[in-house]
Design a binder for this molecule. Structure first.
Ligand code: SF4
Length: 70
């Protein structure tokens, strides 16, 4: 039986400046709190993986990471 990897977005809080670029790329999984800081709302589905990678790439502070667990 094959197991699917679970992908998750993580925020490196000391580096995040809360401008919300990530939310603009992936609103399906990233909300913003009242100060503009991201709230990750769930694991990254296979369908949203390309957009999650784009959100990581677009973060101006390199404060967003995509992790995978088997
Ligand atoms: S794009 Fe990066 S710096 Fe901006 S809110 Fe998202 S994680 Fe923080």
């Amino acid at each position: 039986m094959s197991r699917r990897r679970v992908h998750q977005l993580k925020v490196d809080w000391p580096n995040c400046t809360g401008r919300g670029v990530c939310h603009g790329v992936l609103p399906e999984l990233i909300d913003l709190d009242p100060w503009g800081y991201p709230i990750i709302t769930g694991p990254v589905t296979e369908e949203l993986l390309p957009l999650a990678r784009e959100a990581v790439r677009m973060c101006p502070q390199l404060a967003l990471r995509l992790t995978s667990t088997p």
